[in-house]
Design a protein around this ligand. Structure first.
Ligand SMILES: Nc1ncnc2c1ncn2[C@@H]1O[C@H](COP(=O)(O)OP(=O)(O)OP(=O)(O)O)[C@@H](O)[C@H]1O
Ligand SMILES: [Mg+2]
Length: 359
């Protein structure tokens, strides 16, 4: 799939930017603070309804602007065209597909953007939440039943947590229905995550062999968030005392995590910062490959500041890989990366929030 038109208003320093994007590699070049990452952020917002940069969503809204909006014309590989819109007016976010107001879940199902950026090493070295998000994005795009199960689980979790904090009013009878709901929805989520990781494993091994051959084979480990071989309902029941003391639910799919161990770097601490980044990139590319196999088209690939993240050899290898796949790529840099000097690309110059194509 690819974005043909992208119009961004009121996002960070982009007051009103209107771009016709190329089908292959698009490069955004400009000085620090020019607004390059903000362009990638706009595309990513359509696909995730959140930014890849940490910090409050409030910071996205241009200072002094009344609202923020992103419009895009997306073309699928089967030539189907979809008009996408995401906007914020006051405190409300609104999504549109082909002019119709829709739930955000529908917008993000239509548009898929994967992103590798300076914060991506957090996927390897950061908190479990990052890894769960990565995993769930993948499951969400290949498994229709994931989102309803995830919503049911979140609702039940919220209810159980507020009961845990309700002091004297709490009884086993009040907790039981929510624990049953957590168990039902949680078991489905866990099964879908495991099935997804099974599919991901060989793709990940292939990407790692390409990017980090010196580290040997890779092992992907998954922790589902409660004791192996035990029923979640049983675990929740036996942990009630502890959960009341802590004021939240300490077991369940919301505590799941996964990790990678290399044959020649068994501990995460054995990886250099660059190797962490390459591992994160391998995860992003493996997820994109699996998406392409399941959905019949590549997601859009955003690469922020590629030249400052990877050495020249790895940059060239990624560019080759994505060109061969025929993916649309949105890439930023303070100058044209050497890997792109002999590759056809649509180049844009970005300066103080203004974007102009270089012919
Ligand atoms: N809410 C906001 N309102 C207005 N301007 C903002 C807001 N948030 C950030 N900015 C400004 O917008 C610009 C954002 O730039 P962005 O991060 O896209 O730059 P960049 O070209 O990627 O820079 P770098 O090369 O340093 O990564 C910066 O100048 C920043 O100060
Ligand atoms: Mg940037």
């Amino acid at each position: 799939m690819r974005l043909e038109q992208l119009r961004v208003r009121g996002l960070r320093c982009l007051s009103d930017a209107d771009l016709a994007l190329g089908a292959g590699i698009n490069v955004f070049i400009g000085d620090n603070g020019a607004g390059k990452t903000s362009v990638l952020e706009a595309a990513f917002l359509l696909s995730h309804a959140r930014s890849f940069r940490s910090g409050a969503k409030e910071a996205l809204l241009q200072r002094g602007a009344a609202g923020l909006s992103i419009f895009a014309e997306l073309r699928h590989d089967d030539e189907r065209r979809v008009r996408l819109g995401l906007g914020r007016n006051g405190s409300r976010w609104e999504a549109r597909v082909d002019g119709e107001s829709v739930a955000i879940g529908q917008l993000v199902r239509d548009c898929a953007v994967v992103c590798f950026e300076p914060g991506s090493h957090a996927l390897i070295a950061g908190a479990a939440e990052e890894r769960r998000r990565y995993l769930d994005w993948g499951v969400f795009h290949v498994e229709q039943l994931f989102l309803p199960a995830w919503r049911r689980y979140q609702r039940a979790l919220k209810q159980r947590n507020s009961l845990l904090r309700s002091g004297d009013f709490i009884t086993d009878a009040l907790l039981e229905p929510w624990e049953a709901e957590l168990t039902q929805a949680g078991s489905l989520i866990d099964a879908q995550r495991q099935a997804y990781l099974e599919l991901l494993r060989p793709r990940l091994a292939a990407e790692v062999a390409e990017l980090l051959p010196e580290l040997g084979d890779i092992e992907l480990r998954y922790k589902r968030g409660w004791g192996e071989g035990r029923e979640l309902a049983e675990e929740l029941r036996s942990q009630r005392g502890r959960d009341i003391a802590r004021g939240h639910t300490t077991l369940g799919v919301h505590r799941a995590d996964w990790s990678l161990a290399f044959e020649r770097a068994p501990l995460r601490e054995h990886l250099s910062r660059g190797q962490e980044k390459l591992t994160a990139l391998a995860c992003v590319l493996a997820q994109a490959t699996l998406f392409a196999e399941r959905r019949g088209e590549w997601p859009i690939v955003a690469l922020d500041d590629l030249a400052s993240e990877l050495d020249a050899t790895h940059q060239a290898s990624v560019v080759r890989r994505l060109t061969a796949a025929g993916a649309q790529v949105l890439l930023t840099g303070t100058e044209l990366p050497s890997a792109l000097q002999s590759v056809p690309a649509q180049v844009f110059h970005v300066e103080q929030g203004t974007i102009a194509p270089l012919l």
